[in-house]
Design a protein around this ligand. Sequence first.
Ligand code: SF4
Length: 405
Amino acid sequence: MSLNKTPRASRYHIAFLGRMNSGKSSLINALADQDVAVVSPVAGTTTDIVHKAMEIHGAGPVVLIDTPGIDDVSVLAAPRIARTRRAIDKADCAIVVVDATTGEGEPELEVYSYLEEKQVPFIIAINKTDLVDDELGSTLPSAYAARNAPYIEVSAKTHSGKEELLRAISALAAKAEDRKGPPLVGDLFDPGDRVILVIPLDAQAPKGRLILPQVQTIRDILDHGGIAIAIGTKQLKQLFSSRDLAPRLVITDSQVFHEVNQIVPPAIPLTSFSILFARHKGDFDLLVKGAQALDRLRPGDHVLIAEACTHHPIEDDIGTVKIPRLLNAKVGGELNYEWQKGGDYPEDLARFQMVIHCGGCMLNRKAMCSRLKAAAAAGVSITNYGMTIAACHEILPRALEPFKC
Ligand code: SF4
């Protein structure tokens, strides 16, 4: 990851929805002032989700998400619609693009009610206004005024209405500021405090760089006036024995939680990167309850291990090797595991007794919350890697202590 770019997961996500050939891709290109989405006169050209990162004045760093047509009836329609639903799951807001020459119909009305059900604020962009005659143009506002969303007349071709649409997006983004989660770590120490980050430099650590959770945590410590001290596991013992360091907080990689717990004196608060992300990106209490429910697992129960990105598993991989080993030891027998990696997430969660999710550093808060809500709606306990490892080593109470008011 480049250190001078906002990671995608920290950007405001805007999904563009609409029928095939309503001009979603052209509108994205017009907003981005470059050809980022595939534009074709052939209906249904956007078959995969396309993401474009950009800055919008007033909204800050955003991601524009292009989606397949909501009226696709081809044999490939079902997976495309599923992908569109997943795009909505991570969208902070949506732009429903309506072709002004054909107007709204059943597909748009269904999308409005789906967005309302999912509580995703949206703007109706009445596109192709350059193609409507004066008579039809004069009737447009009254047709959309009844909707529970702002509507804006635009033309992706002439760029008319573009600035108004950007302003409307900024207004929605400003409202979303209130719904942001807690800071990653900045409220757990005072300016000037030292915060130690334990970063194991083992075979799993990528060569020559830090991983996203570590980079984001360091940045958040600096943003809040703290002193970030990054250290390898081997040097940690030496650091504590050589001088009075008096750190306010120690944050460790979950994989060395057990070892670090034995080194860091009990009076010093200790937690993990994964637990910080659990609070920053999701429903902390739900994940804590999920970790406590690990005690109720029995051999033979079904456990989903979900990772939000794909990476090549290496020896002693956390999701496929370490967590199953720890959990089997905890329950005293074999559990039945299934793994899900990347952007997909199963819809039939009710068949699992437990979902264990990675820290989700590649997901935005909205996407993570959608995953948590889906588990809660299916009546399945859900927790994350850091809490699972802490619970298996019986150090969960200590790892949660820094978050108590
Ligand atoms: S598996 Fe999860 S926590 Fe790990 S890098 Fe991918 S998204 Fe981030």
